[in-house]
Design a binder for this molecule. Structure first.
Ligand code: NAG
Length: 301
C-alpha cells in the first residue's frame, strides 16, 4: 500500500511538472501572443485572489446587499428597477421609498432624457428635487426659468404649477409628501444649492450639517446634508419619532439600523421608520456625504 501511494504521489508530481513544461513550451511557440490568451487570468485566480469588492459581489448571481425589514430598508443600486414615470415624458423613474413601506413620503430617482418634461405631483403634494447628475431647467409658477445643475435643488409648495425640462440626460432624486397644512401658514418656493447653505451648529456631534429648507413652522419636512470625515461617527445612537429617507452621495461606512450593521457606499438608499435605532460611522479614505429627509414641525398626534 505504502509503495503504491508513494508511486502515485511521485507520478502525480511528474505529471504536474510535465504539464507545466508543456504550458511553457506552448507559450514559446508563440500562442501566448494571441490576445484572448494574453488577457486571460490564470486558472483559478478567483480562488487565490478572493475579493469582496462590490463590483464582484454585484456580479454574483442572486446576490444583493439590499434588505427590506419591518422598520428599515437598504436599497442598493443593483436592485434599482426603472420604468416610465407616470405623467412625465421621456423620463424613467425608480421609486425607492413609498407609503407601502410605512413612510408618509415617496423618494424616487428620475432619469430624464432628451426632450423630457415632468408631470405635476398629485394635488396638495409638495415636491423637493435635487440634481445628482446633468442639468435641468425648472419653470416656476411665475413662468421664470431656472437652470439647475448638480448639487442644486428646488422646493415646490403644494399645488404650485411648475415643470422640469431637459434637452439632455440628467438624474434627480425627488421627495414628495402630502402637505400637512397648518392654519394661516404657507410654504414658499425655494431654489438654491448645497454650497450656498451655511454650516450649522451640531452640539455634541462632529459632522458638518447644512439644511436645505427653512426651519420655520410652515415646512413639515427638511432635507439635511451631512458630511463626515473618515473615522467620524454619530455620537448619539438616535431613536426618534421622525422618519428618514437617506441617499449616500459620497463615501462609504457602516450604518446601524436596529440590530443590523450594514456596509454602505455612495449610491445606497436607506429607509428608516420611526424609532428604528440608527447610527453611522464613516470609513474609507474620503468624506461621506448624505442627503436626509426628516419630517419636522408637526405634532406627532
Ligand atoms: C388665523 O388667522 C385668523 C385671521 O387673522 C385668526 O382669526 C385665527 O385665529 C388664526 N388661526 C390660528 C390658528 O392662529
Amino acid at each position: 500500500m505504502q509503495s503504491f501511494s508513494a508511486f502515485s504521489v511521485q507520478s502525480l508530481f511528474f505529471a504536474l511538472i510535465s504539464l507545466r513544461l508543456a504550458e511553457i513550451s506552448f507559450c514559446h511557440e508563440g500562442f501566448c501572443s494571441a490576445p484572448s490568451i494574453l488577457n486571460a487570468q490564470p486558472l483559478y485566480w478567483k480562488v487565490t485572489q478572493p475579493t469582496l469588492s462590490p463590483s464582484h459581489l454585484q456580479d454574483l448571481p442572486g446576490f444583493t446587499r439590499s434588505v427590506y425589514k419591518r422598520d428599515h430598508a437598504l436599497i442598493t443600486p443593483e436592485s434599482h428597477v426603472f420604468s416610465p414615470l407616470p405623467d412625465w415624458t421621456n423620463t424613467l423613474g425608480a421609486y425607492l421609498i413609498t407609503p407601502s413601506m410605512g413612510s408618509h413620503f415617496v423618494m424616487y430617482l428620475a432619469k430624464v432624457q432628451e426632450n423630457s418634461k415632468s408631470g405635476p405631483p398629485p394635488s396638495d403634494v409638495e415636491r423637493f428635487l435635487f440634481v445628482l447628475g446633468g442639468k435641468v431647467t425648472l419653470t416656476d409658477t411665475s413662468g421664470l426659468k431656472h437652470k439647475l445643475e448638480v448639487d442644486s435643488y428646488a422646493y415646490l409648495p403644494p399645488n404650485a404649477e411648475h415643470s422640469v425640462q431637459s434637452d439632455a440626460s440628467a438624474t434627480l432624486v425627488i421627495f414628495e409628501r402630502r402637505y400637512d397644512y397648518l392654519e394661516n401658514h404657507t410654504t414658499e418656493q425655494i431654489i438654491s444649492s448645497t454650497n450656498k447653505q451655511p454650516l450649522l451648529e451640531t452640539p455634541g456631534e462632529v459632522f458638518e450639517l447644512r439644511k436645505l429648507l427653512p426651519t420655520s413652522l410652515p415646512y413639515d419636512f427638511n432635507i439635511h446634508i451631512m458630511d463626515f470625515q473618515p473615522g467620524e461617527f454619530l455620537n448619539v445612537k438616535e431613536v426618534h419619532y421622525n422618519q428618514h429617507g437617506l441617499l449616500l452621495l459620497e463615501g462609504q461606512g457602516i450604518y446601524r439600523l436596529g440590530d443590523s450593521w450594514y456596509p454602505i457606499q455612495a449610491g445606497d438608499t436607506i429607509w428608516m421608520a420611526p424609532f428604528v435605532p440608527q447610527w453611522y460611522a464613516a470609513l474609507g479614505k474620503t468624506k461621506s456625504r448624505y442627503l436626509l429627509y426628516k419630517d419636522v414641525n408637526r405634532n406627532p398626534l
